[in-house]
Write a protein that binds this ligand. Structure first.
Ligand SMILES: C[S@@+](CC[C@H](N)C(=O)[O-])C[C@H]1O[C@@H](n2cnc3c(N)ncnc32)[C@H](O)[C@@H]1O
Length: 168
């Protein structure tokens, strides 16, 4: 246990959400699988802690963070690894902590072969029903408190869940 109410932004990318939380006065740090993303995050947001790491193998002590955000990062992770990550999230969160998840809603997977800048890449984007994510969270020991949908366009639906460790 630490005395700081750390917030972990897991799959932080270039750190925009981490920086937003930090700007609110919260002790947030970011973790991302991609060393390139972490290099950009460190460059753009000096003074904030960013670590290279995977949500499937989080290098954080049990009960060491008060909040955990995974904002549109589970979308790239296969089902079994997401389910394992949720169990790990549950362990690293303090009992009174909260998890915020953002993800694409649907029921399919597509392989993207081009990044936003046109550069070649191979990354899957998984869309999942809200009910499936909620069920995996329950199985990992969470209680879902808030479930919301948002529709940034006619073809895209985003899901947002807030869950807390279940007691007992
Ligand atoms: C769509 S971006 C979202 C970035 C950021 N959360 C945001 O909203 O700006 C997804 C991020 O998840 C990261 N990611 C993918 N798999 C991951 C894993 N297993 N562990 C940690 N990060 C991962 C990618 O490197 C990428 O930066």
């Amino acid at each position: 246990m630490t005395d700081t109410d750390w917030l972990a932004d897991v799959g932080c990318g270039t750190g925009r959400v981490t920086a937003h939380l930090h700007g609110l006065g919260l002790p947030a740090f970011g973790v991302d699988l991609s060393p390139g993303m972490i290099a950009m995050a460190r460059r753009d947001h000096p003074g904030i802690r960013f670590d290279v790491g995977s949500m499937t193998d989080l290098d954080l002590a049990d009960s060491s963070v008060t909040g955990l955000v995974a904002w549109f990062s589970i979308i790239h992770v296969p089902d079994e690894e997401v389910r394992a990550a949720f169990h790990r999230f549950r362990r690293v969160l303090r009992p009174e902590g909260a998890l915020l998840l953002g993800f694409f809603v649907g029921d399919d997977s597509t392989l993207r072969t081009e990044g936003y800048g046109g550069h070649p890449m191979r990354v899957y984007v998984h869309r999942r029903p809200v009910e499936r994510i909620a069920e995996w969270l329950e199985q990992a020991g969470f209680r879902v408190e808030v479930s919301m949908l948002h529709h940034p366009s006619e073809t895209v639906t985003g899901g947002m869940l807030i869950a807390r460790p279940r007691r007992g």
